[in-house]
Design a protein around this ligand. Structure first.
Ligand SMILES: [Zn+2]
Length: 376
């Protein structure tokens, strides 16, 4: 659901800042909205002024959203959680974490940092607004400050709604998690709370559709839809993480994986190995040393006429570092790598090949465990 592509605009704290294309559209919409507010503000210079100031206000507003995400990311980094990049898109910013917090207090600090920054920013804009309007500074400066203050406070409050995985939901989860020590139950409650918030927002939306003005109902309905979806998928993701985190690769790997000698003809490889074993790949060795891995797919790239001519050594692909895994790695750490593409990983300890971890087996194991967790 989250966008993955965009334009890189910079790097702060070692984090790439990326703009998703949807963001430019939203920036235009927001700038026009600010512009039309200024256009209708008594005493505001007319002509091109409301729209120029609208664009400046829009950019400042989005800079505030970036500051919000940076605050999350900064605290995360300080607590040893890597942030790959921040993507600004449709509804603001998304900080992409490589990992989740492992302690309630870490999660609490990370979650609260964003809204805190937004509230401080809203407060600063508000103070400036009050001061400068006292001093009779031009409305061209004062009106944007008022709007920025108001909307930052609104965004701050919105983010603090107790709806996991929004910031407020994370705060709620971290408090419950700290009290009960049960990450799954805490996430379940925070996610249910998110669904309740979504239903409430939907109710508000429907209310305005019935009583009017109907356009007041559009945003609550859109937000309700997103929050509901996020709450559900957020819980599933946590379940996945819990299901995977207490099991190690060595617990579910295939052992006794035959090593294929590089001189083995492909015909033999096909019938004696791929057909005989239900494994997607085999390590290929030459003189006792692993030279690569041969997968089922590699055979399909060879025409049948060549099966008797070619040998395993010719079709084996060198092992990439991402295809090798330590047996004591927990499954949550390999999950992302496996979901990213590879159908299998070679389990390696030092120079020894201990076994093979297949995506199929990993998914089967994790899904079964998630079902058990869900019934708890
Ligand atoms: Zn946030």
């Amino acid at each position: 659901m989250l966008p993955s592509s965009g334009l890189k605009i910079g790097r702060i704290f070692g984090i790439d800042i990326v703009i998703n294309m949807s963001w430019i559209l939203i920036l235009i919409l927001i700038s026009v909205s600010f512009g039309s507010v200024f256009y209708n503000t008594a005493g505001f210079p007319q002509g091109i002024w409301p729209w120029v100031v609208g664009v400046v206000t829009g950019i400042l507003f989005f800079a505030g959203l970036l500051l919000h995400e940076l605050s999350h990311s900064y605290v995360a980094k300080r607590r040893g959680i890597d942030i790959n990049r921040i993507t600004l898109w449709l509804f603001g910013g998304v900080a992409e974490m490589s990992d989740e917090a492992e302690k309630p207090w870490d999660e609490f600090c990370m979650a609260i940092a964003g809204p805190l920054a937004t509230f401080i920013l809203g407060g600063i804009f508000g103070l400036l607004y009050l001061l400068l309007s006292q001093w009779n500074v031009s409305i061209v400066v004062v009106a944007p400050l008022g709007s920025l203050s108001f909307w930052n406070l609104v965004i701050g409050v919105f983010n603090l709604l107790p709806a996991y995985p929004l910031d407020g939901g994370r705060v709620l989860r971290s408090i419950l998690w700290h009290r009960t020590g049960d990450l799954r139950k805490s996430t379940r409650v925070a996610s249910l709370s998110g669904q309740a918030v979504a239903l409430l927002l939907a109710g508000i939306g429907v209310f305005f559709f019935i009583t009017g003005p109907y356009y007041y109902g559009i945003w609550p309905l859109i937000l309700a839809f997103f929050i509901y979806q996020l709450a559900q998928s957020g819980y599933q993701q946590t379940l996945l993480r819990i299901a995977a985190s207490d099991t190690r690769v060595r617990d579910i790997m295939y052992t006794n994986v035959p090593l294929i000698d590089a001189s083995t003809p492909l015909t033999m490889l096909r019938y004696n190995y791929f057909t005989a074993y239900s494994l997607p790949a085999f390590p290929v060795v030459d003189g006792g040393r692993v030279i690569g891995i041969v997968g089922r797919d590699d055979l399909y790239h060879v025409s049948a006429a060549e099966w008797d001519v070619l040998d395993a050594g010719r079709v084996a692909r060198p092992l990439s570092p991402s295809q090798a895994v330590d047996p004591d790695t927990t499954l949550d750490k390999v999950l992302k790598r496996v979901l990213g593409g590879d159908e299998f990983m070679l389990v390696v300890e030092g120079q020894n090949i201990l076994g093979l971890l297949t995506k199929e087996e990993l998914m089967r194991y994790v899904e079964t465990k998630m079902k058990i967790l869900q019934q708890k």
